[in-house]
Design a protein around this ligand. Sequence first.
Ligand code: HEM
Length: 504
Amino acid sequence: MSPLYYAIVIVALCVIIYRSRDRGRYPPSPPKHWLLGNLLDMPRTVDWDKLLAWRNKYGGMTYLSAFGRSVLVLNTAEVIKDLLDKRAKNYSHRPHTVMAGELFGLDKTLVFYDYNDRYRVIRRLTQQVLSPEASRKYQDLQLDVIKLLLDRLRVDPDDFREQCRLAASRMILTITYGLDIKTADSEYIVAAQHTMDTMTEAAMPGAYVVDLIPILKHLPRWFPFTTFHQIGDYGRKLITDLITRPYEHVERCLAAGNAPQSFVSDLLSEPETLEKHGKHSEDLIEDIKWTAGALFAAGVETSFTTMLIFFLLMALHPDVQAKARQEIDSVTGGNRVASLEDRPNLPYLQALLREVARWHVVVPTSLPRRTGEDDIYNGFNIPANTIIVPNIWALSQDVDDPKCFNPDRFLDSGNAQNPYEYIYGFGRRICPGRHVADNFLFLFAANTLSFFNVSSPDRPIKGLKMPSDLAFTPTLVSCPEPFACKIEPRSAAHAETIASIVME
Ligand code: HEM
């Protein structure tokens, strides 16, 4: 045998020994298949039991790897803080996804940008126009949307699911583009909804095999059993249409001098903003346009889902509902619309909303992140380009009797962690729409309870599930499956008040 042969054998042995030593230094992981590694464990949909089991079995971190790709699930508040807050620079990137990012074109939006200079500029501007103070300026718009919702619920309560979705869409479209409610309805909402469904599915890490094995994207379009090129083209067209039409509407209004206040008009008409970043920067204009679209994508489904969970829980817990209503009545007299100014006087309602947010977190695995560089944490290797999945679900279950719906746990005597510290994500990428969402959901909850009784029907309606059947979609934004719910004005006088306020 030649010396070269021996040299190759020795090098190969060294590599095997090094790699087997190295393997022990990664965070704990479920048993690996000899060929597929953890491919089958990779989160393609949300599996609540597995998320909890991993936390219980592996502690702070669960590490999955297959074909050179790695996913790290962060299971505790401490690990999340250490990595996403304290090491934010390395942990604030987003994964490069082939389907959602490259093929749909979403890697041009704030939500998908890596943590780079371009991201930081648009993020700063976004925070500016969605700050707590700025968000309060949208109260009147949000109240208009809520009043219309109350009226629609009065007229056609069985259609509550669609009406909640419309209300969330109207709210985001009016805030983002200053569209009046009717224009928002007629021109944009239906198309936008379809786009959202396609995008939500594509954004789930691992939902498409091409994201797990990116080299597949080079397969030719005619290759049998592959549809991702076609789905990509379709998604890209939907999204481009979605962001371009309302944006051009604002441009036309600005040119005519009659643009109402909105996210886009605030940014475009703010000379200082544009001047500071180079007035003619095409990039910045492009970023504003795509970020406006991203607000719709990120804000509608999450808000709508929370509204449904609220109705579901109110139908299941008449005692909690009655207590909250009594508190609201004591503040508003039960005959006027509640506003944000009433919030400090409604502590039970605030606790109730926290418990709604905790009881079924709507984004149970948050939006995934990506590491920019290799890291070592608590002695474990975390390679560059690892996809980071914050296990928000596990955090939400870290309370006494987590399945029990109990707003009291958030009153003074309780010691449960405030869910607003985790449901909106973490660190530098925390949800910038959280103040808008909080305000809207408060106005929604206070006013629906003020004017309606919510209850469970005696028997299934139109084949829909009963609220007690409780089923949720295992998707990035996890929504209750369609359920029946009785929503009735509290009295004839309440119905009249609703009809009169919507005419105002
Ligand atoms: C109940 C309502 C909502 C929930 C639970 C929610 C939750 C989240 C979560 C978990 C993230 C990921 C943060 C991270 O990576 O750490 C996020 C990001 C984001 N959310 Fe929300 N969100 C809600 C409403 C909204 C609304 C109303 C808007 C827009 C007005 C919005 C805009 C965004 C944007 C633009 C991002 C991406 C931020 C970035 O990557 O820098 N969200 N949201």
